[in-house]
Design a protein around this ligand. Structure first.
Ligand code: GDP
Ligand code: MG
Length: 296
């Protein structure tokens, strides 16, 4: 007697549907102009997604990003289609008065939640609501080697309420390994002191493997990263890197920086969880607030 009914194929059925539809992944970049935000996104997704000079097409003159501009790219790997939206934010901290400079960023994030909620609540709602909710905020910290700036702390406090924030130490090649380690320690302490809760979060559902993975990520955070759109020959291999007078930094070498850990974290280990956490935690919080005070 064979008791097999075949419901285990549900994972393949889900996969097939998923492959057909593809999925959205929306990332927002926050940090001072010149910290390598555009370069980092290009390094992670290895295609030329955004010109690091801020040009959208080759004919436009070079300019700083002044508006919050979402740009969507269709990326495909082994038949899996991802609609990757990169939201570049205007020169954070570029103004003389940076009071409330985070507000347009917060507004952008909550606007996406609001439009999702409106569509969800509409009588003739679509079966598939386009998901523009921001799944991840890469927050770029200037490699000062000292501490977070008061403005960073203020902005992080606001951002972590509405989005999954992943802090990174930008241009880590400007710090020695010892300075980096000390800076990382310092930032961890400051985040803890100010009770700023960055992604990923612990959950009651975590099993031993989840807990171990969470600890690994917590130890690495904030990731010290180096970005580059250039490649070099090193020992007969082509590597993405930066040439300095004293040698070449291979951004994908984990002894040189945490870039590879950040990329694996975003694409291989936490992509799905970033999307899920946005829906189940940040969007739910927004929805709950709207329901309890409809004036919002
Ligand atoms: P954005 O304004 O934050 O988008 O910064 P960009 O990506 O446009 O980069 C500004 C400048 O910094 C460019 O000249 C980049 O080549 C350079 N840059 C980007 N990433 C790094 C890095 O990791 N290390 C160093 N030393 N320079 C970088
Ligand atoms: Mg840029």
């Amino acid at each position: 007697l064979n008791n097999y009914v075949g419901f285990d194929t549900v994972t393949r059925q889900i996969e097939r549907k998923f492959l057909k539809r593809g999925f959205n992944f929306n990332v927002i970049l926050v940090g001072e102009t010149g910290l390598g935000k555009s370069t980092m996104v290009n390094t992670i997704f290895s295609a030329h997604l955004i010109d690091s000079k801020g040009r959208k097409t080759a004919t436009e003159p070079s300019r700083k990003t002044v508006d919050i501009t979402p740009v969507t790219h269709l990326v495909e790997e082994n038949n899996v289609k991802m609609r990757l939206t990169i939201v570049d934010t205007p020169g954070y901290a570029d103004q003389v008065n940076n009071d409330q400079c985070w507000q347009p960023i917060i507004n952008y994030i909550t606007d996406q939640h609001r439009s999702y909620l409106e569509r969800e609540a509409s009588p003739s709602r679509d079966r598939l609501i386009p998901d523009t909710r921001v799944h991840c905020c890469l927050f770029f910290i200037s490699p000062s080697g000292h501490s977070l700036k008061p403005l960073d702390i203020e902005v992080l406090r606001h951002l972590t309420q509405v989005v999954n924030v992943v802090p990174v130490i930008a241009k880590a090649d400007s710090l020695t390994p010892e300075e980096r380690a000390a800076f990382k320690r310092r930032i961890k302490d400051e985040l803890a002191f100010h009770r700023i809760n960055v992604y990923p979060y612990a959950s009651d559902e975590d099993d031993a493997a989840d807990k171990a993975l969470l600890q690994t990520v917590k130890d690495l955070t904030p990731f010290s990263v180096v970005g580059s759109e250039q490649t070099f020959e090193v020992n007969g291999q082509t590597v993405r890197g930066r040439r300095h007078r004293w040698g070449i930094i291979n951004v994908e070498d984990e002894t040189h920086c945490d870039f590879i850990h950040l990329r694996d974290f975003l694409t291989r280990t936490h992509l799905h969880d970033l999307v899920e956490t946005t829906a189940h935690m940040h969007y739910e919080t927004f929805r709950y607030q709207c329901m309890s005070s409809p004036a919002n």
